[in-house]
Design a protein around this ligand. Structure first.
Ligand code: OGA
Ligand code: MN
Length: 298
C-alpha cells in the first residue's frame, strides 16, 4: 500500500510502499495528487534503471534534453572517463553554480515543470540537495511587500547567475546559454494546476525592468533570504537508490557542497514545462547588456 508521510516542513512528502519502476495507474494518480499537494516527493531505495527513471519522468510530461541527446544525464563531478572535473572546467563551474538557490531552466524560454534526481554514488559527507517552498514564502510575505512586487518581472539568465557565482561571464555554446534575449518572468507565479501563488525567484533572476540593477538585486536577495529558511526548507541526505522529484514551478533547490575530490553521481531527468504556463517572452539581448554582477547569492 502506498504510504505518504508529509516531511517536517511546509513542503514535501516521503513515499514508500511503491515500486516506481512498476507503478499501476491507480498508484500514479496518488503520486500525481501528492506532487501537486506537497510540491516535492522523496522515494527512498528505488534503485531505478535509466529507462525506469525516464519512464517515471514521462508520466509528468515530455523530457527536456540537456546534453548529448539523452533524456537522463549524470549530474556529477566525475567524467565519463572516470576522472574528476577540475575547477577550470565549465561543467565543474555549473555544478558549483548549482549550490545557489535556483529553479531549473528558468533561463530558457520554456522553464521546467519538474526535476527528478536519483542518487547513484554519494560522497562521505555533504552533497545534500535542499528544497525551499516558494508557496509558503509568498504566503508569509507582509502585505506591503506583496503589493510592491505585484506586477514586477525579472529577467533570468545563466550568464548572469554564473557571473554572480564568481565564474567567467562569456558566451557559451552549450545548453542554457541563450544567444537571443533572456526570458522575462513574473516574480509572483500562479500555479497552473493548484492556482496557488508562489515567489518565482532564485539565482538566475537578475534584472527587473524599471529598476536599477543594484536595487533589483537587493530586492531579489531580500526575497530569497525570507524565502529560503525554516520551516520552508528540506535538506535531503542522499542514499544510493533514492529518487526525489520536485515541482520547479513552486520549489527552489540547491546542491550542498562536498569534498570535490570524492565522486558524487546523481542522475537527472528534467520534465519540460507546458508552453501554456512556462513559456516566457524573450526580449532584446539581456545577456551582458550593461549587467554588472553585484552580489554573490550563494
Ligand atoms: C540540478 C541540480 C542539485 C544537486 O541537477 O539541476 O540543481 O544536488 N542538482 O546536484
Ligand atoms: Mn538545478
Amino acid at each position: 500500500m502506498v504510504d505518504i508521510v508529509p516531511l517536517d516542513c511546509t513542503l514535501g512528502a516521503r513515499i514508500t510502499g511503491i515500486a516506481l519502476g512498476d507503478m499501476s495507474d491507480g498508484e500514479w494518480r496518488e503520486v500525481e495528487d501528492a506532487f501537486h499537494e506537497y510540491g516535492a516527493l522523496v522515494f527512498p531505495a528505488q534503485h531505478l534503471t535509466d529507462e525506469e527513471h525516464i519512464a517515471f519522468g514521462e508520466r509528468f510530461g515530455g523530457i527536456e534534453i540537456l546534453r548529448d541527446g539523452a533524456k537522463a544525464v549524470r549530474v556529477s563531478n566525475r567524467k565519463d572517463d572516470g576522472t574528476l572535473m577540475k575547477p577550470e572546467e565549465k561543467r565543474y563551474q555549473t555544478l558549483r553554480g548549482n549550490e545557489g538557490w535556483h529553479t531549473d531552466s528558468s533561463y530558457m524560454p520554456l522553464a521546467a515543470k519538474a526535476s527528478a534526481l536519483a542518487a547513484e554514488i554519494t560522497p562521505s559527507k555533504g552533497g545534500e540537495t535542499e528544497l525551499a517552498d516558494m508557496r509558503d514564502a509568498y504566503d508569509t510575505l507582509d502585505e506591503d511587500t506583496k503589493e510592491r512586487i505585484a506586477g514586477l518581472s525579472a529577467y533570468h539568465s545563466l550568464y548572469a547567475s554564473q557571473a554572480k557565482a564568481g565564474f567567467e561571464f562569456k558566451t557559451g555554446e552549450g545548453y542554457g546559454y541563450h544567444t537571443r534575449g533572456a526570458p522575462l518572468r513574473p516574480l509572483v507565479k500562479t500555479h497552473p494546476v493548484t492556482g496557488r501563488k508562489s515567489l518565482f525567484i532564485g539565482r538566475h533572476a537578475f534584472r527587473i525592468p524599471g529598476m536599477a540593477d543594484g536595487d533589483a538585486q537587493a530586492l531579489l536577495d531580500e526575497l530569497l533570504d525570507h524565502a529560503c529558511r525554516a520551516p520552508r526548507v528540506y535538506s535531503h541526505s542522499w542514499e544510493p537508490g533514492d529518487l526525489m522529484i520536485w515541482d520547479n514551478r513552486c520549489i527552489l533547490h540547491r546542491a550542498m557542497p562536498y569534498d570535490y575530490s570524492e565522486p558524487r553521481v546523481l542522475r537527472h531527468v528534467r520534465v519540460a514545462g507546458d508552453p501554456a504556463s512556462e513559456l516566457a517572452e524573450t526580449g532584446r539581448d539581456e545577456r551582458a547588456d550593461g549587467f554588472e554582477p553585484v552580489a554573490a547569492n550563494r
